[in-house]
Design a protein around this ligand. Structure first.
Ligand code: NAD
Length: 493
């Protein structure tokens, strides 16, 4: 067994880096070093931590090209996808928590009105050492975002990036050092699934996992042994609903963009489109036209970069092959481009018996289905084991909002595509087998905290005043009389 991971460009096969492996036996030591860093970091107030987040934000903003070079080198993705999809989203998240974390972490008052003499509030305390495990598709932002959120909450972090893209994870530690964050506050370990599992079991206090649903379930089981809380950002099978009053051309171009950016290797890719019958034909014509105009293959000189993880290509091919065998029509694409890319692909005559409608494809493949009305579109959208993201297209904003609320997903965009990732003030996360917990927003921050409820008897112990203490005083001062009074008071209000 080698003690390092050699990273190769998925485009050229050339070696682009090498990282040492931390084997499972060494993980607990890293976690205890991280705990020492946590003890110092958590002594700072949220206001005192703020300048560090701002320094990290500045450091990243000044190093966009360097970070993009690393991402492109190990993923083979298009440079625009690297800057937009990886770096700008990371900047947005950093900006949000640098601005708001200190305010969100202030104690929240919350006494109960029938007990005015008891002051009460909630404090938000950092959980401790956060274990962050990230995937290969957006290897930088999906590493940096949980790291930043954990730091903002007051946690220290041990990050295990994907073995497919460890250089982007390495960059997170480098940038943290360049921004003068305290030593050992952000530590990176490299390795395969066994190192990831050792991290989950290695004494961390919270786990943020982004990856496949199958691995997410293993992480949840391993974390359950010590009841370690987990945030699970898992796979998706995102649907787009195109209603009768939508602009078919605009919606079709959005669908093509949504299914092909990052070569379809996005948890929020548009993978299924349900188009209401009356605009199906113009929608399909526009989708076909747009898709035919795209080039794929040589990341950097085409619209669609290569597939980062070679095994993924086989999976995409298998899903398309199975769909065709069951009656699907390939309108555009449906084949590899060179050794390592997949052509933008448009499928029709698809249905929910096919893998391409049920399982995550994670490639530039768009399945379009004709539906009689929006009710059917919604039913089919919700007929999925996943529930991550989706979109609704309509000129009627009210209707869009109603359908968005009825979609069984953690996030929805109305008349836009995957924009939610650029809006860090609202939570992002899945339901069903897309996971639980959230990134972004107040909820994302609180996931790394434990809420502590505190009460203060302002005048005297209220339990004593209510005659609850033992031995009980005789009526009218003791016994159930006062409790009954409170019960009635609550019902009267
Ligand atoms: P993966 O599940 O194969 O691996 C993710 C990480 O888990 C890697 O670092 C891997 O080494 C580690 N790992 C593997 N086995 C482990 C174990 N037993 N215990 C702990 N860690 C283990 O996922 P992937 O192929 O790298 O990423 C693609 C998946 O990620 C897709 O399903 C995609 O939808 C999902 N994803 C989800 C989101 C989201 O926000 N919901 C975002 C991006 C990607």
């Amino acid at each position: 067994m080698t003690d390092s991971i050699t990273v190769r460009s998925p485009r050229t096969g050339a070696v682009v880096g090498n990282v040492p492996i931390t084997f499972p036996a060494g993980v607990a030591d890293v976690v205890s070093r991280s705990r020492k860093a946590f003890e110092q970091w958590s002594r700072l107030t949220p206001e005192e931590r703020r300048p560090y987040l701002k320094a990290l934000l500045r450091t990243l903003a000044h190093n966009i090209d360097r970070v993009a070079d690393v991402i492109v080198s190990e993923t083979g993705k298009d440079r625009g996808d690297a800057i937009g999809g990886d770096i700008v989203i990371a900047l947005a998240n950093l900006d949000y928590y640098a601005r708001h974390a200190h305010r969100l972490l202030r104690p929240r008052p919350g006494k109960w009105w029938p007990l005015p003499l008891t002051k009460a509030w909630t404090e938000f305390h950092p959980r401790g050492v956060a274990g962050v495990i990230s995937p290969w598709n957006f290897p930088f932002q999906l590493s940096l975002n949980p790291v930043v959120t954990a730091l903002a909450a007051g946690c220290s972090v041990v990050l295990k990036p994907s073995e497919v893209t460890p250089l982007s994870g390495q960059l997170v530690a480098e940038l943290a050092a360049e921004a003068d964050l305290p030593a050992d506050l952000v530590m990176v370990i490299n390795g395969y699934g066994d190192t990831g599992e050792a991290l989950v079991r290695g004494g961390v206090d919270v786990v943020a996992f982004t990856g496949s649903t199958e691995t997410g379930k293993l992480v949840a089981k391993a974390a359950a042994d010590r009841l370690v809380p987990t945030i699970l950002e898992l796979g998706g099978k995102d649907a787009m609903l195109v209603l009768a009053d939508a602009d078919p051309d605009l919606a079709a171009r959005a669908a093509v963009f949504g299914s092909t950016f990052n070569a379809g290797q996005a948890c929020t890719s548009v993978e299924r489109v349900y188009v209401v019958d009356s605009i199906y034909e113009p929608f399909l014509a526009a989708a076909e036209r747009t898709m035919r105009s795209l080039t794929a293959g040589d990341g950097g000189r085409s619209d669609i970069g290569v597939i980062t993880y070679p095994q993924q290509l086989g999976l995409i091919e298998e899903q398309v092959r199975e769909a065709v065998a069951k009656g699907a029509t390939v309108v555009v694409g449906g084949h590899r481009v060179g050794d390592n890319a997949y052509a933008p692909t448009l499928l029709t005559e698809v249905d929910h018996r096919m893998l391409v409608c049920r399982d995550e494809t994670f490639g530039p493949v768009l399945s379009v289905m004709r539906v009689p009305d929006e009710t059917t579109a919604l039913e089919l959208c919700n007929d999925s084991r996943y529930g991550l993201h989706g979109s609704v297209w309509t000129k009627d904003h009210r209707k869009g909002v109603r359908l968005a609320s009825q979609m069984q997903t953690g996030t929805v965009a109305i008349n836009d595509i995957t924009i939610n990732f650029f809006v860090p003030s609202v939570p992002f996360g899945g339901i069903k087998e897309s996971g639980y917990g959230a990134s972004f927003g107040p909820e994302g921050l609180y996931a790394y905290c434990y809420p502590k409820g505190i009460t203060l008897a302002r005048v005297a112990p209220v339990t004593k005043l209510l005659g609850a203490w033992l031995p009980r005083r005789p009526p009218p001062f003791g016994g159930p009389r006062h409790w009954k009074r409170i019960g009635r008071l609550v019902a009267r209000r």
